[in-house]
Write a protein that binds this ligand. Structure first.
Ligand SMILES: C[S@@+](CC[C@H](N)C(=O)[O-])C[C@H]1O[C@@H](n2cnc3c(N)ncnc32)[C@H](O)[C@@H]1O
Length: 233
């Protein structure tokens, strides 16, 4: 890590009070990006393959959040909705218990095979159950109350439908994670209305208003919602 990697770029050359407040959001985002530890070769290659295939993988700082929760919970059973090229799955596996298994759902066979390639490159293929099909068809096949983490990263307009499944799948104390919940600022912008943005707003509200979840939104990457499942009764 370079000597100044722990400081916002401007701090490395100017004094703190010279930071332009107009650009401070971008500076903070850049700092968070630099703060993420360098990716290992397997992650770097998975991200490169995802970019080449035009799959929007989570940024490394979001990957670090996924790994953080997996480690915190010592997760043994995790569901991912939207495998992409396997990049986020690698981060999740990086924090999970060494005997843990990742169930990852993907609609597109080409993306599924890229993800499988990424898991094989990390020698983690035997810890991954890769399921092909639309999430709303596959999720009902998974066992109730069995999962430490459910991570959502597929169709934004479907997040609300995924929520009912996530609640059924999570064990008490399990954590729901969802990416893109700020949707590049559109969720907070009342002038924007489209299926994805409205779907994300409805999802965020539903989690917040559900007394069986305790939720927080972290402005990391494109926004990560984390909610602990605490069933009543
Ligand atoms: C944002 S990408 C996932 C990126 C991945 N989580 C990562 O960060 O490396 C979304 C993925 O969801 C998949 N997808 C789209 N519709 C889906 C559906 N109905 N069910 C399951 N997966 C779907 C897409 O093919 C794409 O690979």
């Amino acid at each position: 890590m370079p000597a100044d990697a722990r400081l916002p770029e401007t701090w490395a050359t100017n004094s703190a009070w010279e930071i332009d407040p107009v650009s401070s959001d971008e500076q903070t985002a850049a700092y968070l990006h630099r703060f993420s530890e360098p990716e290992d070769e397997v992650l770097r290659a998975a991200r490169a393959r995802s970019e080449e295939a035009d799959i929007p993988a989570v940024p490394p700082e979001t990957g670090a959040v996924l790994r953080f929760f997996a480690r915190l919970l010592n997760a043994r059973h995790v569901v991912e909705v939207g495998s992409g090229g396997g990049y986020s799955g690698l981060w999740l596996l990086g924090g999970m218990d060494g005997r843990g298994s990742l169930t990852t759902i993907e609609l597109d066979p080409g993306n599924q095979s890229l993800a499988q390639q990424a898991f094989a490159a990390a020698r983690l293929g035997d810890r991954v159950r890769s399921m092909l099909g639309p999430a709303l068809t596959v999720l009902p096949k998974l066992a109730d109350g069995n999962y430490d983490i459910v991570f959502l990263d597929a169709v934004k307009a479907e997040y609300l439908s995924y929520l009912a499944h996530a609640k059924r799948l999570l064990r008490p104390g399990g954590v729901l994670l969802a990416d893109n919940v700020l949707w590049k600022g559109k969720v907070a912008d009342a002038t924007v209305s489209d299926d994805d943005t409205d779907g994300l707003r409805d999802f965020n509200d539903a989690v917040r208003d559900d007394p069986e979840f305790q939720a927080a939104i972290m402005p990391v990457g494109d926004g990560v919602l984390a909610a602990v499942y605490i069933p009543s009764g």
